[in-house]
Design a protein around this ligand. Structure first.
Ligand code: WTA
Length: 682
């Protein structure tokens, strides 16, 4: 095909023939400049966007570098990652880059000593980075706080000393149950600095979700906040943390020695004598220097819980050395990040994206990271654009859900703002439709900024499949694996499916930032990710490749939903539903949603002695109650759009509920290409 990218999808000389974008408003999406594709290509997106000459000219990594890196990584993967590791500082060099002797529990940079916080903070204090802006925080109500590297370093050190004073040491777990606040970043870095293992829990999660995570992580300390601002309201958080601790078994509850509480919303907050301490009291008088714990490369840095196919969330363990190398390399290459950038990743620090690309990645790169407390549409739909304009954001990394939300409110909100500082746009978390991609590219990027669709997971720790700013882009495609990453799309026997066919996305070679395993559960890690295709990591996603080798991610292959880009297991939602006294059994499936990408639909069989619906009980009221019940149990992430009451649920011979049948009934289509796979892999 004349317009196909070359074999590598990069390395193509930039085309100087791309016409400038016409002024807004756009007559029609199809009038966008593109160098390939046909008019009927919306479903099978075939448009190709070549990098603009000015993007290539300014890129840290040029197309030739990428081609060379791919060849180098294929021939000598250890050597490739070793070079990446040499860009960071270590207290002791590694004996081996990669040790797969205990696979699938891979170990990276064995024998090395390091601490990621040394690279994110300490080393900058010795250079010109010291007085540069590290963090700009904006509260929902418009208050702002910013910190230079030196100021951030001192805040972190004071908290590190305070935590040590509270008895927290190497290997202890610290749960951080917080909204996006500067103290959230301080807490992560302070814990890591003293060798403790942080585990952030998204501030939108319920007491039950927090309790489940604490039961597994057994924290010594919890860092939380009285309350925070969201969508114009004050949301109390400390009472939820109290409730979660109160519902723990007594020995575990006693293990929570302290709760450090940030004073944010100035709320009346009950404090438990001897256990609870205000953040400002804890750090008062603490020294601004603190020793950085010397860690083994393979020592755990954090635990992060994510929903899986089975009941309880799994705590993935990431270690200092490998994680730091993988995140640093992808930060620099994918985002082409320079010290002069103002980098805004809209994810909350509580999710993996926040860990890697709000906190550790930008700080290791010595750039400025932006953190926003509140709702992206508060107090008006132009909030995001006003922030970009006011702060001079150069790189915006966000979720397709947010793009769709902003798109729905219309381009006029974008057009009101001067967004000329932006030079790069990127998305993560769920598939982005060509329509949303094109809107983002046109109205936000004004046709000048590459839009990078990045694919990765909590488990991978770092971006895995993604274009670079100099790559040829196809709207809706994550393009190709990054150098050093090997991926393919295979059938249930592990055979590549070939262009145009759907199959399972697998990663065929280990990578530095990979999960070291599931906390307390080696067996699950082995079974969930490595058993299906021995030696390969099974992502749980369905994808296809096109004739050019470009990857198109289609969604989850298992019973995990992506609601507004947030992973939630149908099993977790079913367990929450089943805890309602009216529910005998239930099944939850994902259904498409224009805004959130996907939401849940529940099928419920009522208990035998339940009064018949329509007589004493109104079915709509009960459905609403069930939806509310799940929301209370799991938090606002768990969105059920519809509840249908049924006499029974379809089951296979072994009695397992066939969600696949419900899904094809609901969506009115066959499960297609993947119908040969057993339930749970459709
Ligand atoms: C999905 C978020 C399509 C995918 C970093 C994956 C995506 C899950 C993309 C991981 C993308 C992530 N296109 N789908 N660019 N990025 N996903 O652990 O299903 O919260 O398995 O990590 O999100 O979600 P997680």
């Amino acid at each position: 095909a004349p317009n196909a990218p070359n074999a590598h999808g990069d390395g193509t000389p930039p085309s100087a023939t791309v016409p400038p974008l016409p002024d807004l408003p756009a007559p029609h999406l199809r009038d966008l400049p593109f160098t390939g594709g046909t008019i009927d290509a919306l479903l099978r997106e075939e448009r190709v966007f070549r990098p603009l000459p000015q993007v290539v000219a300014g890129a840290v990594v040029n197309p030739q570098d990428v081609t060379r890196a791919r060849a180098r990584a294929a021939a000598d993967p250890d050597g490739y990652w070793e070079e990446a590791a040499e860009e960071l500082e270590w207290f002791r060099r590694w004996d081996a880059v990669h040790d797969g002797s205990n696979a699938p529990f891979h170990r990276w940079f064995t024998g090395a000593r390091c601490n990621i916080v040394h690279n994110a903070l300490d080393r900058h204090i010795e250079t010109g980075t010291k007085n540069r802006l590290a963090l700009i925080w904006e509260g929902e109500s418009g208050d702002t706080r910013s910190f230079t590297y030196y100021q951030l370093y001192r805040e972190v050190n004071r908290l590190a000393n305070a935590l040590r004073g509270l008895g927290v040491g190497k290997g202890d777990r610290v749960i951080i149950y917080m909204p996006p606040l500067p103290e959230t970043v301080f807490a992560m870095l302070a814990a890591a600095k003293i060798g403790a293992v942080h585990s952030t829990v998204f501030g939108g999660f319920s007491a039950r979700s927090l309790r489940d995570r604490m039961e597994d992580a057994r924290p010594a300390v919890i860092v939380t906040v009285d309350g925070f601002y969201r969508n114009g309201r004050v949301i109390p958080l400390k009472p939820i943390a109290d409730e979660a601790v109160a519902t723990l078994p007594p020995d575990l509850a006693a293990g929570v020695r302290h709760m450090v509480v940030v004073h944010r919303a100035h709320m009346e907050t009950p404090m438990t004598e001897g256990r609870d301490i205000w953040y400002h009291d804890a750090v008062r008088g603490q020294h601004h220097e603190a020793l950085t714990e010397i860690m083994d490369s393979t020592d755990p840095l954090f635990l992060l819980y994510t929903s899986g196919t089975t009941g309880k969330p799994k705590g993935h363990v990431h270690a200092h050395g490998g994680y730091m190398v993988g995140v640093h390399r992808t930060m620099r290459w994918v985002f082409d990040v320079k010290p002069t950038d103002i980098f805004w990743c809209t994810a909350e620090p509580g999710w993996i994206t926040g860990h890697s690309y709000v906190v550790y990645g930008p700080l290791m790169a010595g750039t400025t990271t932006v953190l926003y407390e509140g709702h992206p549409l508060y107090p008006e739909p132009g909030r995001v654009w006003s922030m970009v304009e006011r702060l001079g954001v150069t790189i915006l990394y966000t979720a397709p859900t947010l793009v769709r939300m902003l798109m729905r409110h219309g381009a006029q909100h974008v057009a009101r703002h001067d967004l000329t500082t932006l030079r790069l746009l990127a998305t993560v978390g769920e598939p982005i439709s060509p329509e949303a991609w094109l809107w983002f590219h046109r109205h936000v990027g004004r046709g000048r900024c590459p839009v990078l669709d990045t694919w990765w997971q909590t488990e991978t720790g770092m971006i895995m499949l993604s274009p670079l700013p100099v790559s040829l882009l196809k709207p809706g495609s994550v393009t190709r694996p990054l150098p050093g990453i090997e991926a393919d799309v295979v059938d249930e026997h592990g055979k590549p499916v070939g262009p145009g066919h759907g199959g399972l996305l697998v990663l065929q070679r280990p990578w530095p930032a990979m999960s070291c395993g599931v906390y307390n559960d080696d067996e699950s890690y082995r079974r969930l990710y490595w058993e299906r295709f021995p030696g390969w990591y099974c992502t749980g996603d369905v994808a296809r490749r096109d004739e050019d080798g470009y990857f198109w991610i289609q969604g989850r292959a298992d019973d995990v939903l992506l609601i507004a880009g947030h992973r939630i297991g149908t099993a977790e939602m079913e367990a929450a539903l089943a805890s309602h006294p009216s529910v005998a059994e239930c099944a939850v499936i994902g259904v498409p949603d224009a805004l959130r990408g996907e939401v849940a639909k529940a099928f419920v069989v009522l208990v035998d002695d339940h009064p018949p619906l329509g007589t004493m009980v109104n079915a709509d009221d009960l459905a609403t109650e069930l939806v509310e019940h799940v929301r209370r149990e799991l938090g606002p992430v768990a969105v059920i759009r519809e509840v249908t009451f049924r006499e029974g649920l379809p089951r296979n011979r072994s009695g397992k509920i066939m969600r696949r049948v419900l899904r094809s009934e609901e969506l009115g289509r066959d499960t297609g290409d993947l119908s040969t796979l057993e339930d749970g892999y459709v």
